[in-house]
Design a protein around this ligand. Structure first.
Ligand code: 9WN
Length: 426
């Protein structure tokens, strides 16, 4: 995609953002609002960093892996203890050091979507130093296998090969409409005082509501007080399309890494197929895309969100033609959106500025663009990627944008926005 006049300017500015947010061992999602290391952010960041410094991209992923638990989970957040007063819930909320099998660094007990093995494979491929790349592959393959084993062993709580999320934070799409009904069944009164430290850095209208935060904290408290054990009677248990799509996509990457390190790629390919097939249970014909399944009630959550478009990343997806039509149709891109809205623009409660309830995010647009290219829509993929990098540069790498106008929202100098912009500009 080289040759476009401002590609260099995009890369230069994006690299400056990643340099600014680099701590020496990992990249903060954004200084201020997110002062620790976040799991799926680091994998997206590594995807962009690999073009400028494969070595730093390797360090980014390995610094996250230093937070892995003995049961294989890669935590949502690896805390920097020096910044524990800057984000809630912090390390003192989780008290991970009091549990057996936890690492020496403090972490959250929850997880985030598994895009790590995919990122590790892309970083490996981008590293021109063959010895360094091979060493990296040898070091990361076993912990990445353990991570997938955790998801497929302890998290398949819905009598299906699909992994469950036990908290909205685990989906990475915290206040997505997919979680409304399940959250409505929960109390919004945690014992822990809900510190809204986030509101120092972002306006209330752009962040989850007080009620949502009450429920987020209540649920996190329940999970922590149960020693972060995964049981099928947890109060929030859902199967999410993006979590499982990234699991399946990452299994393909693990199969490639297995080949490199002399392990058997067969089980990874088989698991890829199994999750791809199982995802069909989340397909909702009336909406033309995948939705979440509430394991507690057994019901599908009939809301069209960007999560339900990401199965397009899977090469052998049976519903690909329908998903492409839905992506290009009135709920998402049909009205001329510049990037992919996080929620159905035709829904009565669509809100173009409210976090995961309407705005377009750069990581999700990048994922959907990949999927559209894979399934025969290169023109739309190119247009989305062009808009992605242009809006990123124009608005100082915002967290998310109004999908119709491109108006920026949330924090600025946001790391994965910069990383995605580098990836599509080089
Ligand atoms: C909770 C760091 C994270 C992203 C999530 C995004 C937001 C955190 C928050 O920021 O979530 O994990 O405080 O709102 O929703 O996807 O990983 O960038």
């Amino acid at each position: 995609m080289s040759g476009r006049p401002d590609a260099d300017a995009v890369v230069r500015a994006a690299v400056a953002v990643l340099d600014r947010n680099w701590t020496g061992s990992h990249t903060l999602p954004a200084t201020g609002l997110y002062p620790h290391q976040w799991s799926w952010d680091s994998a997206f960041i590594a995807m962009g960093l690999r073009h400028r410094s494969p070595e730093r991209a390797e360090q980014e992923l390995e610094s996250l892996l230093a937070g892995q638990w003995a049961d294989g989970r890669i935590p949502q957040i690896v805390y920097d203890p020096r910044r524990d007063d800057d984000y809630a819930p912090g390390a003192t909320f989780w008290r991970s050091d009091e549990l057996p099998g936890t690492p020496s660094v403090p972490t959250a007990g929850l997880v985030q979507p598994p895009n790590h093995a995919w990122a590790a494979w892309e970083v490996y491929r981008a590293d021109p130093d063959a010895d360094r790349a091979a060493d990296f592959a040898r070091r990361v393959y076993p912990p990445l296998v353990a991570w997938h084993d955790y998801l497929t062993g302890r998290r398949t709580l819905g009598r299906s090969p699909l992994a469950c999320v036990v908290h909205p934070w685990e989906s990475g799409m915290d206040n997505s409409p997919l979680w409304d009904e399940a959250l409505a069944r929960l109390p919004d009164t945690p014992r822990h005082k809900v510190d809204r430290l986030d509101l120092r850095h972002a306006s209330a209208g752009e962040r989850p509501s007080a009620k949502e935060y009450g429920r987020f904290f209540w649920l996190a408290e329940q999970y922590r007080d149960g020693d972060c054990q995964d049981r099928d009677d947890l109060p929030f248990l859902l199967e999410d399309p993006t979590v499982n799509t990234l699991l399946a996509r990452s299994e393909l990457a693990l199969a490639e890494l297995a080949r490199v390190v002399g392990a058997d790629p067969g089980p990874h390919r088989e698991h890829h197929e199994e999750v791809t097939d199982a995802l069909d249970a989340l397909f909702e014909p009336a909406l033309g895309l995948h939705v979440a399944r509430d394991v507690t009630t057994g019901a599908l959550v009939r809301r069209a969100t960007v999560s339900g478009l990401t199965p397009l990343l899977l090469p052998r997806l049976p519903r690909a033609t329908t998903l492409v039509a839905t992506a290009l149709g009135p709920r998402f891109l049909g009205g001329g959106a510049l990037m992919v809205p996080s929620y159905d623009v035709t829904a009565a409660d669509f809100d173009a500025g409210q976090y995961w309830r309407g705005p377009a995010w750069f990581n999700m647009t990048w994922l959907v663009a990949h999927g559209l290219r894979l399934h025969g829509e290169p023109g739309t993929a190119d247009r989305l990627e062009q808009n992605l990098r242009d809006l990123a540069l124009e608005h100082d790498f915002p967290e998310y944008v109004d999908p119709a106008t491109g108006a920026p929202h949330g924090t600025r100098k946001f790391s994965w926005t910069a990383a995605m912009a580098i990836d599509v500009a080089v």
